[in-house]
Structure formats: structure tokens, C-alpha cells
Write a protein of this length. Structure first.
Lengths: 577, 379
């Protein structure tokens, strides 16, 4: 050892702990209280409004059960509930069959063209839901382009009427199947191949070991996916609004929407919203219960191992063909329909689309201030709102997971809570909160009102994209900063948040896409000054599928794909269920 | 540099008590090792000193400065001025080596020129002067470990805390690092607390060692005291290898005792300070057992015993034989092999340690044993 001794070094005078106006612990309490106020607080006025005789913003009124009585004695309500349950059941059953089959075929077999088929299957969850519905409506309705073309030119025809509950469920499957696929694929990939190898060594064939070992291990994932899809089906608004309108098929969501916009029975609608909230929450609590006992199915060993590929033989070409046909009908044709409708003056099987090509729809969009305002507003909400929400998620996550804050557990739950709330209920919750707390209407008149509602709704999505990266950073790294002399906030700022910056980027991309297309929470919040893209398209599509709405759809699709593509190239963003 | 005083430190995780009223004093400038099996509370003790764990009661003082007192005082980790080397090293991957080491100085607002000089000085000390601009992923495990040490020494700290710093290194490098650390520590002279479960490491590095088990300190002493004069059976058994035999104390005068070991014919007169008579356990190290070879110089003592070799192993630098004294298997080691299947052995009385029966080998614990986890209460 020839190193110089360290004694001569005179340390700088010790830094006195600065008196900050807010101690770390106090700042945690403030953040916690604000977060719960914004995330969970707004639910209170909805419940209050459902139990009050007059709208909350008017003076007077008294406690009453009349709203619930009126709701439960209305035959129309029970029809809507029945329709919703039927729709949800059909949608769930169909998506589970398709999703699980795709998960097995596309991850575990030698199906030709697996990669392309997987990408096609996942396109619908990357795109705004409404774009696809517009495409379906343009192509596969009885008078739609593709249905008519098939009937005129071939002996085939579209067997299902889209203006019916089974028809709507079929459209719903386009989005729900890839959700099931993603949830099941994750489980399938995490199953240790040694488990199937063990079955093989005991005499089971490859197919048999797949069916008798891996499929049962997927049971929790399938249950999870089924309950999730069912719960989400109970609250969809766009689909029944566009397809159920002409046949007067009413679901819970359209019932609430109708009674709010057309006869402003706000108490009744609040009661319905409470009912919906209770039903959906109960389903998701049930899901947690059922999936909770996962130890029996936990198989991951943490040892990376290759996936065993099942050889299907010549059948694989047939299977691949069937899947390709399905995806063509469910994804490619509707998307082509949106593009065709946007670039033609009239879309009819009897006129060649090439003879009516036009850009008029786009100039109509850009000449109409409602549309341009909608686009600008949505870009503002998605860009600025998405960035702010990402920051909020990052700060709340480090408090929830990296501090010794007493109530950090409730913060973790709080960030997932919005996932339990139907979008319509979120919108109504903020409507009542602003009505009560902001009498001047300043927040609602600005974009902040809708922005906050969209942000709360997307919180769980951003958090679930962000959290794994945070969990992957060893606690020793911030402990080392603390013992080196950093305060808690300094340690977070200089070490933890620096290391999770890429995950924050990924979280931002997902939030941007979600907030760009979101519509449902805006139903109750929108004003003439604050139109947003999703809702404007929804309102337009509910009355007619014209060229303008298709053009808006194309614009939305292009923005989404560009942002997602950039996110994927730069940050490895992947679509999430 | 201050002393470190721990007084009556207690910590519970649910029903499991990790620390039972632990009291220790670490002297100025010494390397003090906490040695024990996993779950013994050694890491909990270290994290309590660092301020990353909060004990339930007790007090911790650095010299006159009380940093923890029954929860009335609980100085935040950033104000304790410790240097900590983590088992995982915890080098920040987004910062260069120099930035990692400069971080504590930056927080203390050391002027830039002085900071750079000090970073260079500390990096030279750990022989990493050429790697100041490198990033952690470009360094080997041993180099990363030295960056962690440099960072811990930079500010400079009042107390250096090391949590199993060598456990991720291979055996050769581990051995060299111990020597190196000992030299470096004596140059810097910082009061050091070292946590390890490796007895070789504890014996070779430390000025003093505290042997811990289930949240209690069994013995505090210099390495040779711990090895040669273990305070109880746990220490004897945990540090090194010990043959433990059953015996009866028939006479005891406070300096010596007459003991009858099961399987040995004659009673032995051994050094023993107790006066209690009756059942006892005795312990002798394998290398202390005398082997008498036929034809060799020196007389075979009258109490020598000829036993059958039941198991033999060649371990490179020595041979190990398993024999039986009475019903108890006994391990004997020697540097010279024994040709035939029998050994003549005797137990030299001065190397025998006697533990009267009522000395509990271990304090029974009602709670199930709990895997020690330094992050259990810190998030």
C-alpha cells in the first residue's frame, strides 16, 4: 500500500440541517391528502346527488330515496340492465375463446406468419376504440360496403346483424380478444418449460402435455381476463351509441347518457351511476378474491428458458388461414373502411371507390372550428396533461413505494382505484365535484376540468406501466444516497427518478394515446368551449357515419401510430391490457 | 473519530424479536465485527446505526452525540454522517465513478476544486485513480466494491459501516480484499463496524468480534479470545469446528476441575473457573487433539485411546479423520497422513473447554426463525 494517508484532509464544516418550511414527512401527508381528494373524493358527490331531491348546485332539497325508487321501477332501466348483461356475457365468451386460442397458437406453436398475425391482433388495443367501431359500421352493417359487396358479388353474406346485441358483441370482441390474449400470453410464457418436459418424460405427447399441464395453469389468467372483460363490457358507451341507436337497443351506459343529455334527470342518472359503480366494483373485487390465491399456480423459477414450440404438422397452414381470415374480417376490413370512407365522397359497393376519391372530408374537418378545436384541445390534454400526469404518477409512486410514510399502502391502492371506476361514473363524479366546489365554473370552462378527469382515469394505466421499473431498482441505491447525506427528496430526485426516466417516457406515451382518444368522462364535463376529439367523434358517429368522422378517425389513427411508433423505437413501449 | 455506543437496542418484526436489549461499545478507530448466522440480528444492528432501520427502543450514540433515543431522538440517515458499503455495493449506474464518489461532497457543498482533489485522493487510495471517468458497468466486481468503499470514505464519515462487502467476490479476491481493507482502515483510522457470517473473515479482519445469535450477543472479544476461549457452546460451535463431548465434573476448585469424559477411561484435570459440579459438555478443536504414532519420539500418555477411523478425507493442506469417542463422533485433523485404520489419540487437558450443563447452548425462541432482511422495514 503506497496510498497517501487521508489525515491532512480537513473536512468542510458540517452542513447544518436546513430548516425547510415542510419536513419530508409533512410533504408526504400533503401529497397523500391531495391525491386521495382528487382520486377518491369525487365519488362522494355522486352518491350524495343520487340521494338528494334537487341537483346539488341548487339550494334547498332534502334526503330522498326517490331517485333509486324511480330507477328501479322504470322498465326501461331493467331492459337496459338485461341488454348490458347479455352483451357482456356474449362479448366475454367470444373473447375468451378467441383470446386463449390465439395465445396458445401464437406463442406455443409453429403457426406460419405468427409475428404478422400477432401484430394484427394487437392493433385494435393500440388504436382509439371509436375508430374501429366507425370502420365496422362503414363496412359490416347490413347496408355497409363490405356486406353489400359480398352479397352482390358472391354467394356469401354477413351472417350477423350488427344492429343487434350479438352484432355489438362481435364488434366488442375486436378489442376484448387482444386484452385476453395479452393476459394469457404473459402467463403462458412464464410457465417453466420443465413442467411440460416432466409430463413428456412420463409418456405424454407434446399436445397432451400442453393441454394437461399448461392450460390448467392458465386458469387464473383466464378467470382474471373473463371478469375484467365482463366488467369493462358493462360500461362501454361508444359501441351501443353508434350501433344500438337505430334499433333502439339500450344498454346501461346509453340509458344514463340519454337521460342526462335529453331529459336532464340528474338525480336518476346519479342513482344509475351508483348502481353501475357498485356492480363493476363488486366484479373486480371478486376478481381479486379469485385470482388472489395464486400461490398454487405460481411456477416461475426466475430462470430464463426457451419456449417449447409445439409442431402442428400440415394442420398449421389451415389454422393460420383460419386466423388470418378472422383477423381480415375483424381488423383489416374495418380499418380499410375508415380509410376508404375518409378519402371518398360516397362509399358504396355500386360505385368504384377509385372514381370518387377526394380530400373534401379533410378540408371539411379543417374548415370547421368545432373539429379543429377538438383536435387542438385533445392534443393539449394528451401532451401537457399526459406529461403532468406522468410526473404526478412518478412522485406518488416513490412516496408509495420508497418512503417510510405511514399510509403508503393506501396510496398504492389509490392509484389502482380508478381502474375500478366506470368511465361514465368518473366523468359524473367530476361534474358534481366541480358543480359543488367551483361555483364560478372556471375549471369546467377551461381544459383543466376534462384534463383532470382524463388524468385520473388514466392513472392506473400509467402506474402499471411505471411501477415494474421502479420495483426493479434496488432499495440499496437510495439507502446509499441517504447515508451519503441526501435528504429523502434529494435521494429520489438525484438517484431513483433519474434511473426510472425511461419508464416515465414509456408511461407518458401510453397516457398520451389514452388521453387523446378518451371520450366517456367528457360526456358530463364538456362545454361549448372545450370540445375534445373523442367525444366530438362519438357525438358525430352516433347520428351518422359520414366522411368527416372517418377523416377525424384517420387523423386520430395517424397521430396515435406515430406516437406509439416513436415510443416503441425509442423506449420499447408495448401495448398493455 | 467517536466511539459508538449501543444501549438496550430492541427491535421486533411482528412476533419475532430481532434484537434483545442489545448493548455494545465500539472503540475509536477499531474494526469491530458483528458475526453470526443469518437471522441473528447483525444486519438489523448495522441498519439501526445507519438510521435505515428504526429500533423499537434503546439508544445509539456516536461519542457524545445521541442519534437515537427510544424514538424521542431519531436522526435521519443523512445527518448521521456514516459511510456505508452495501452488500450489493449500490453504486449508482447513471453516474461515473468520480460522480459516485463526489456525491457526498456535493451534498455538503464542498467547493468544486476541493471536491475534485478529494475525489482523486480517495480514488488513489482505493487504487482506482485511472478509472475516474468510467461508468460502473465497465468495472469488475472487485473494482465496484472499491468504488463503494471510496464513496463511503469521501465525506469523510464519522463511522464506516460495512455489510458483508466481500460476499460477492470469488475466494481468492475475497482473501486479498480482507488484507487490503485492514491496511486501508489502519491508515484512515475510522471507527468501523463490519457485518459478516463468515468466521474466517471475522477472525482475519477484526480488532474485536461480537458473536451474535437470535438477537443476542454471546461473546465480545479479540479474534483469539473468541477462538481459544469461547464463552459458551454456541460460540465454540459457530466459530471454527468443535468436537463437543458429554462429561461430568467431579471436582472443581475455581481454577481447575476434574472431569470424567464419556468414553475416556481416566478423569482429566482441566483449567476451569467454575465451581459447579455435575453434568457438563466439553469442547476441543480438531487440530488440538494429539495423535500418537507408533515409533515416534515422545511417550504415549497413559490416558491415550486407540480408535478406529470411520471416515477419512484429504483436504489439500491437511487430512481429516472421523473417529468415535464413546458414542460421540469426533473429528481429528493433521497435516501428516495416518497409514492404518486405527489412531491413537489423547485430549490435551489445557485445550479442553468445559461448559457446565445449565449453560444454555441457545436461548429457545417461541417465534419461528425469521430470515433476516435488511429491507424489511425500509421502503
Amino acid at each position: 500500500m503506497t496510498a497517501t494517508p487521508l489525515r491532512p484532509y480537513s473536512p468542510p464544516p458540517p452542513v447544518k440541517p436546513r430548516r425547510r418550511p415542510l419536513s419530508t414527512n409533512a410533504s408526504h401527508y400533503v401529497l397523500w391528502a391531495l391525491a386521495l381528494l382528487v382520486i377518491v373524493g369525487p365519488i362522494v358527490p355522486v352518491v350524495a346527488a343520487s340521494l338528494w331531491s334537487t341537483p346539488l348546485y341548487e339550494s334547498g332539497g332534502h334526503f330522498t330515496r326517490d331517485n333509486f325508487d324511480a330507477l328501479f321501477t322504470d322498465g326501461g332501466w331493467w331492459t337496459a340492465v338485461g341488454n348490458s348483461v347479455l352483451f357482456a356475457a356474449l362479448n366475454t365468451a367470444g373473447s375468451i375463446v378467441v383470446g386463449v386460442a390465439c395465445a396458445v397458437l401464437l406463442t406455443r406453436t409453429d403457426l406460419p406468419g405468427r409475428r404478422t398475425l400477432t401484430t394484427l391482433l394487437l392493433v385494435p388495443i393500440a388504436l382509439p376504440g371509436l375508430v374501429l367501431i366507425i370502420g365496422w359500421a362503414a363496412m359490416w352493417t347490413p347496408a355497409g360496403f363490405a356486406s353489400s359487396w359480398l352479397e352482390t358479388h358472391t354467394f356469401l353474406s354477413m351472417p350477423v346483424d350488427l344492429y343487434s346485441i350479438p352484432g355489438m358483441a362481435m364488434v366488442g370482441m375486436t378489442v376484448a380478444s387482444p386484452t385476453v390474449f395479452l393476459l394469457c400470453r404473459g402467463t403462458l410464457l412464464s410457465i417453466d418449460p420443465a413442467l411440460e418436459d416432466a409430463a413428456r418424460t412420463l409418456g405424454a405427447g407434446p399436445l397432451r402435455s400442453l393441454l394437461s399441464v399448461s392450460l390448467p395453469l392458465m386458469r387464473p389468467a383466464i378467470t382474471n381476463a373473463a371478469l375484467l372483460v365482463f366488467a369493462l363490457s358493462m360500461e362501454v358507451l361508444g359501441l351501443p351509441l353508434v350501433l344500438g341507436f337505430s334499433s333502439e337497443i339500450s344498454l346501461i351506459s346509453t340509458y344514463l347518457y340519454d337521460h342526462w343529455t335529453n331529459d336532464s334527470q340528474q338525480g336518476l342518472v346519479s342513482a344509475g351511476a351508483v348502481f353501475l359503480l357498485v356492480a363493476v366494483s363488486a366484479l373486480l373485487v371478486l376478481r381479486n378474491r379469485l385470482v388472489g390465491d395464486t400461490a398454487r399456480f405460481t411456477t416461475t423459477t426466475g430462470k430464463p428458458a426457451g419456449v417449447r414450440v409445439l409442431r402442428l404438422g400440415p394442420v398449421r397452414w389451415l389454422m393460420s388461414g383460419v386466423l388470418a381470415l378472422f383477423l381480415a374480417v375483424f381488423v383489416v376490413v374495418p380499418l380499410a373502411g375508415v380509410v376508404l370512407a375518409a378519402f371518398t365522397s360516397i362509399l358504396s359497393p355500386f360505385i368504384s371507390p377509385w372514381s370518387v376519391l377526394t380530400l373534401d372530408n379533410f378540408s371539411a374537418v379543417f374548415d370547421n372550428p368545432l373539429y379543429t378545436d377538438s383536435i387542438v384541445n385533445s392534443l393539449l390534454i394528451a401532451g401537457v396533461g399526459g406529461a403532468l400526469t406522468t410526473l404526478v404518477i412518478a412522485v406518488l409512486s416513490v412516496v408509495a413505494h420508497r418512503s417510510r410514510f405511514r399510509f403508503r399502502g393506501s396510496l398504492q391502492q389509490g392509484m389502482l382505484w380508478p381502474r375500478m371506476m366506470p368511465a361514465l361514473v368518473t366523468g359524473m363524479a367530476f361534474f358534481w365535484s366541480f358543480a359543488l366546489l367551483d361555483r364560478s365554473g372556471a375549471i369546467r370552462a377551461s381544459l383543466w376540468g376534462i384534463g383532470i378527469a382524463f388524468a385520473v382515469r388514466s392513472l392506473a394505466l400509467g402506474y402499471s406501466a411505471f411501477y415494474p421499473a421502479l420495483a426493479g431498482i434496488g432499495a440499496d441505491l437510495d439507502h446509499a444516497a441517504r447515508t451519503s447525506g441526501a435528504s429523502w427528496w434529494t435521494a429520489m430526485r438525484t438517484v431513483v427518478l433519474r434511473l426510472v426516466a425511461p419508464a416515465m417516457g414509456a408511461s407518458f406515451v401510453l397516457l398520451f394515446v389514452a388521453m387523446l382518444g378518451d371520450a366517456e368522462p367528457a360526456v358530463f364535463l364538456v362545454t361549448d368551449e372545450t370540445p375534445v376529439l373523442g367525444l366530438t367523434m362519438l357525438q358525430l358517429a352516433a347520428t351518422s357515419i359520414g366522411g368527416s368522422v372517418a377523416a377525424l378517425g384517420v387523423i386520430q389513427m395517424v397521430i396515435t401510430l406515430v406516437v406509439l411508433g416513436a415510443g416503441r423505437a425509442l423506449l420499447g413501449v408495448r401495448p398493455r391490457a | 473519530m467517536p466511539d459508538l455506543h449501543l444501549n438496550g437496542l430492541t427491535k421486533k418484526f411482528g412476533r419475532h424479536t430481532a434484537l434483545h436489549e442489545l448493548s455494545l461499545t465500539v472503540h475509536d478507530g477499531e474494526i469491530f465485527t458483528l458475526l453470526g448466522p443469518s437471522g441473528c440480528g447483525k444486519s438489523t444492528t448495522l441498519w439501526s446505526v445507519a438510521g435505515l432501520h428504526r429500533p423499537d427502543s434503546g439508544s445509539i450514540a456516536f461519542g457524545d452525540r445521541v442519534v437515537f433515543d427510544h424514538g424521542r431522538i431519531d436522526t435521519e440517515p443523512e445527518h448521521r454522517n456514516c459511510g456505508v458499503v452495501f452488500q450489493s455495493y449500490a453504486i449508482w449506474p447513471h453516474l461515473s465513478v468520480a460522480a459516485n464518489v463526489g456525491y457526498p461532497l456535493k451534498l455538503r457543498r464542498t467547493p468544486k476544486a476541493q471536491r475534485e482533489r478529494r475525489v482523486r485522493e480517495v480514488l488513489d487510495l482505493v487504487e482506482l485513480g485511472d478509472h475516474a471517468g468510467a461508468y460502473p458497468h465497465q468495472l469488475s466486481g472487485g473494482q465496484q466494491q472499491r468504488v463503494a468503499l471510496a464513496r463511503a470514505l469521501a465525506h469523510p464519515p464519522d463511522m464506516l459501516l460495512l455489510d458483508e462487502p466481500f460476499s460477492n467476490l470469488d475466494a481468492k479476491l475475497r482473501d486479498r480484499s480482507r488484507q487490503w481493507l485492514k491496511n486501508l482502515q489502519s491508515q484512515v483510522g475510522v471507527t468501523t463496524v463490519f457485518v459478516t457470517h463468515d468466521q474466517d473473515e471475522a477472525l482475519s479482519v477484526s480488532d474485536r468480534v461480537a458473536v451474535m445469535n437470535r438477537g443476542r450477543v454471546h461473546q465480545v472479544g479479540t479474534p483469539d479470545e473468541i477462538y481459544d476461549r469461547p464463552a459458551d457452546l454456541f460460540v465454540a460451535d459457530f466459530v471454527g469446528t468443535a468436537n463437543i463431548l458429554t462429561a461430568t465434573i467431579t471436582e472443581a476448585d475455581g481454577s481447575h476441575a476434574l472431569i470424567r469424559v464419556d468414553g475416556l477411561g481416566r478423569p482429566l484435570r482441566v483449567p476451569h473457573t467454575g465451581t459447579h459440579l455435575g453434568g457438563a459438555r466439553v469442547c476441543i478443536r480438531p487440530e488440538n487433539i494429539d495423535i500418537h504414532r507408533p515409533g515416534a519420539a515422545g511417550s504415549t500418555p497413559p490416558d491415550a485411546l486407540t480408535v478406529t477411523v470411520e471416515n477419512r478425507a484429504y483436504l489439500g493442506d491437511h487430512y481429516r479423520y472421523t473417529v468415535r469417542v464413546g458414542a460421540t463422533p469426533v473429528t481429528v485433523t493433521t497435516t501428516r497422513p495416518v497409514a492404518d485404520g486405527e489412531l491413537t489419540i489423547s485430549l490435551p487437558p489445557e485445550d479442553i473447554r468445559v461448559f457446565p450443563q445449565e449453560t444454555p447452548m441457545d436461548v429457545p425462541e417461541d417465534a419461528p426463525s425469521h430470515e433476516e432482511n435488511p429491507h424489511a422495514s425500509v421502503h
